[in-house]
Design a protein around this ligand. Structure first.
Ligand code: NAP
Length: 251
């Protein structure tokens, strides 16, 4: 099913899983707005790659944990494309390995501000544009959760796991809230995926250390997560809402 002409916004779309989603989205026919926080070079390189592949793409800088940045990001999508059909809440962060009894309030607040408050603010803006209640033409939202939401990540980052648990609950609630307004809301729970997020949390060797815990005995690739996201966004998933899909090799 082609998404030709439709517009997709992906937060944290410049690297890792978000970038894989943008690549598959352009191949499916979407025009893509990809958001990033700081690494402008990576964002620009991906836009150039997507354009070289025949796609239409723009990069938008902004911290999803800032309401002002969220408003300006959605405003830029409005001005550039004049519509929004699909939205992926992908931007998320981890932090250094720590027990809860070692965590500062600042760390926990940053985790929740970016992963939870940011995701809810962005979904709010997407619903304001997509919902028939607001005159929108409908649309689809996918939230990126994590297998951590079910595992709890003890001794590593329970705060991160709790933030993703919040994403799961938010997905179910928002899906039911807008179910009659033409908007579907689903989530994907990736397991251990080969991206730079592990190094950003101070554990560059994390994949090698825990891949043995995965029933499939291997890490996943960002594209394998992106395939699930693209399906959930598509009309092929027209009766699927409030679902949380594990893409975690059985873990
Ligand atoms: P990644 O490789 O570290 O990429 C993160 C992306 O998010 C980058 O584009 C980054 O922009 C952007 N970003 C970071 N903080 C942001 C903020 N405050 N506002 C806007 N953008 C921000 O991460 P990833 O592994 O692809 O993870 C993507 C999502 O999947 C996250 O929600 C993560 O929790 C989830 N996930 C990942 C795994 C895994 O094993 N990789 C497993 C389960 C769930 P810059 O380039 O500017 O920094």
């Amino acid at each position: 099913m082609s998404a030709r002409g439709k517009v997709l916004l992906v937060t944290g779309g410049s690297r890792g899983i978000g970038a894989a989603i943008c690549r598959l989205a352009v191949a499916a026919g979407y025009r893509v707005a990809l958001n990033y926080a700081a690494n402008e070079a990576a964002a620009k390189a991906l836009v150039a790659e997507l354009e070289a592949a025949g796609g239409e793409a723009i990069a938008i800088k902004g911290d999803v944990g800032s309401e002002a940045d969220v408003l300006s990001m959605f405003g830029e999508v409005d001005r550039t494309f004049g519509r929004l059909d699909a939205f992926v809440n992908n931007a998320g962060v981890v932090d250094m390995k720590a027990r809860v009894d070692e965590m500062s309030a600042a760390r926990i607040e940053r985790m929740m501000r970016i992963n939870v408050v940011g995701s809810i603010l962005c979904a709010r803006e997407a619903v304001r544009r997509m919902s028939s209640l607001h005159g929108g033409a409908g649309g689809a939202i996918v939230n990126i959760s994590s297998a951590a939401a079910t595992l709890g990540s003890p001794g590593e980052y329970v705060d991160y796991a709790a933030s993703k648990g919040a994403i799961d609950t938010f997905t179910i609630g928002l899906a039911r809230e807008v179910a009659t307004e033409g908007v579907r809301v689903n989530a994907v729970r990736p397991g251990i995926i080969d991206t730079e997020i592990h190094a950003s949390g101070g554990q560059p060797d994390r994949i090698a250390a825990i891949r043995g815990l995965v029933p499939m005995k291997r890490e996943g690739q960002a594209q394998e997560v992106a395939q699930a996201v693209i399906w959930l966004l598509s009309d092929a998933a027209s009766y699927t809402t409030g679902s949380i899909l594990n893409v975690s090799g059985g873990r």
